[in-house]
Ligand binder design. Structure first.
Ligand SMILES: [Zn+2]
Length: 199
């Protein structure tokens, strides 16, 4: 039971990792994370361990009592996660750019945005974290194959490899619990999470 999976959300409720029950309890105990239950209520270690354990709950014996096994935890701080390479995928690029056109600054739905090469491919621009941004169709058309200067456009943010570590589709498939479902976007994970080819 201690080695089964727990979904880790960052403070924006975005899945960032899958950890073990053992490690989840350690994080709760240290105050690094809180439990999220099926009603989206959050609990610290103390309040969680006070909850009664029903028959259908997974539980572990801790010190002097049975404690319910958390299936989703919410990070309270950012910097305690192990750093991993962030997957260069559509999902993560949209996440980094917060579904915002990096030229006009407007927020769009995902299907109204596309990926833009800041330095166009035709001018040797690479497909990489520092040359790909989300752009709305209209800005994309306006820019065309031009460099920013020629197009008289500018970027809102300098594109960089993000520092957070979003969870990959592979990790999510490994051990899936019903409690995770609300936090996993009902989008096509294969499309969004597959690794894009960098050059
Ligand atoms: Zn735009």
């Amino acid at each position: 039971m201690l080695s089964t999976n727990v979904l880790v959300l960052n403070r924006g409720y975005v899945p960032v990792d899958v950890t073990t029950v053992r490690r989840a309890f350690a994080m709760l105990y240290q105050g690094i994370a809180k439990v999220v239950d099926d009603q989206y209520l959050t609990f610290d270690y103390h309040s969680w361990s006070e909850l009664s354990v029903k028959e259908h709950h997974d539980s572990v014996g801790l010190v002097d009592r049975l404690v319910r096994v958390p299936r989703v935890i919410l990070l309270q701080i950012y910097d305690r996660m192990p750093m991993r390479t962030v997957r260069f995928s559509r999902f993560n690029i949209y996440l980094r750019d917060k579904n915002t056109c990096q030229y006009c600054g407007e927020i769009f739905s995902r299907k109204e945005l596309n990926l833009d090469h800041v330095i166009p491919r035709s001018r040797g621009g690479r497909t990489s974290w520092d040359n790909i941004v989300t752009s709305c169709f209209s800005c994309n058309r306006r820019k065309g194959g031009q460099l920013l200067k020629t197009a008289k456009m500018r970027l809102l943010n300098v594109p960089r490899r993000p520092r957070w570590t979003p969870v990959s589709v592979y990790t999510l498939r490994r051990g899936h619990y019903d409690e995770w479902k609300p936090f996993l976007n009902p989008i096509d994970f294969a499309y969004w999470n597959s690794e894009l080819e960098q050059d």
